[in-house]
Write a protein that binds this ligand. Structure first.
Ligand code: 5GP
Ligand code: MN
Length: 342
């Protein structure tokens, strides 16, 4: 593993690069990838962004998003394989565990290009040649901003790039309310605003762009798919495949729903179970200082950040996942009570 500063010299004109990010890419994943692509293009590199699954509709406005190649789109597959074969450098953004690439992981592992991780998730895996990794960063977008500045290229940060960066910073900090919102986050945002980023317009594009179906879907989940377990200070939510069909749920439509669980007074954590054909996807959110990533990794093959994690349950039965929860929740009672009394 080498120092990231040595990488700068390798970013020369004509170098072929691929940027990839995690499955179900969120605003930080897409925002950091497109901003980094914009920067590398300015340095003269040939750069493609390849994602393991579709970009959600509320992110398509980002400059460059329409050119992103999606591994799940069979029409893109041949081009993706060719680009990965030719790539001199592969940038892995906003993830540092290969399993988060799902079906794309095999092709990335097999590619000959050097690998560079830029990420802020805990416990990065050892698969890359270069790492720019800080768990104290609230978002990968913040890291991209910092790295470009470290390399003395602040002038490259233009408004288009800044809009992408702001998007990831805004969403990964929960619109500046999560405990990861440091003074540095606000300093970065201040500089982005000075570069012309319209923060209000971006907030509306990302959050106020729902379909009527999406809003009704949210209403249905809050009305019929939410339980509160007072002894565990836990909001438990679930979404069935049938629900998703009924409300014509699109990529990204379940994003953010788990956070509603934390709005209940006294809630320390919230769990959302989403039924998928290959199993249940779990989302976990918690308030400080409850480390929900430990729970996710211990019982649901997952992990993530201290207060925002994900995981999976291998059968696609919601009831099965709830039973598993009922089994393991008592083991966490003392930790929950400890946190409650702080
Ligand atoms: P979400 O609930 O939004 O899907 O995920 C919350 C956070 O947990 C995200 O920052 C995501 O990166 C992380 N995460 C989601 N699923 C997994 C997983 O299976 N393993 C790990 N290590 N992190 C995950
Ligand atoms: Mn992120």
């Amino acid at each position: 593993m080498s120092s990231i500063s040595a990488l700068h010299a390798q970013l020369t004109s004509g170098t072929k690069a691929v940027i990839t990010t995690h499955f179900n890419p969120d605003s930080d994943a897409i925002g950091s990838s497109l901003a980094w692509q914009n920067y590398l293009n300015q340095l003269g590199l040939e750069v493609s962004v390849i994602v393991p699954s579709a970009v959600s509709a509320n992110l398509i406005w980002m400059p460059g998003a329409k050119q992103i190649l999606n591994f799940e789109n069979t029409l893109h597959r041949v081009q993706i394989e060719a680009l990965l074969k030719e790539a001199d450098i592969i940038f892995c953004l906003d993830f540092s565990s290969m399993q988060r690439l799902h079906g794309l992981s095999h092709s990335i592992k097999a590619a000959r290009g050097i690998k560079v991780v830029i990420d802020h998730h805990l416990n990065p895996e050892d698969f890359a040649d270069y790492y720019y990794h800080r768990t104290t960063a609230a978002s990968t977008c913040e890291l991209i901003f910092d790295l470009i500045q470290e390399w003395g290229d602040d002038a490259c940060i233009n408004e288009a790039m800044g809009s992408c960066l702001y998007s990831g910073i805004m969403t990964d900090t929960g619109s500046f309310r999560h405990p990861n919102t440091t003074a540095h986050v606000h300093e970065v945002v201040a500089q982005l605003i000075q570069k012309g980023v319209n923060t209000n317009a971006i907030h509306r594009k990302i959050f106020d762009s729902a379909s009527l179906d999406r809003l009704r879907f949210l209403g249905h989940v809050l009305a019929n798919r939410l339980d509160y377990l007072p002894e565990y200070h836990l909001s438990l939510m679930w979404i069935t495949e049938e629900d998703q069909k009924q409300y014509n749920s699109q990529a990204g439509d379940t994003e953010g729903i788990v956070n509603y669980g934390l709005q209940i007074a006294g809630a320390i954590w919230a769990i959302l179970l989403i039924q998928r054909p290959d199993g249940i996807k779990l989302s976990f959110r918690s308030i400080e200082p409850f480390a929900v990533n430990e729970f996710a990794s211990q019982y649901f093959e997952g992990g993530g950040h201290k207060n925002a994690s994900g995981g999976r349950f291998s059968s696609s039965s919601i009831e099965g996942a709830k039973e598993k929860l009922q089994e393991v929740l008592p083991l966490y009672l003392s930790e929950i009570n400890r946190v409650k009394n702080l």
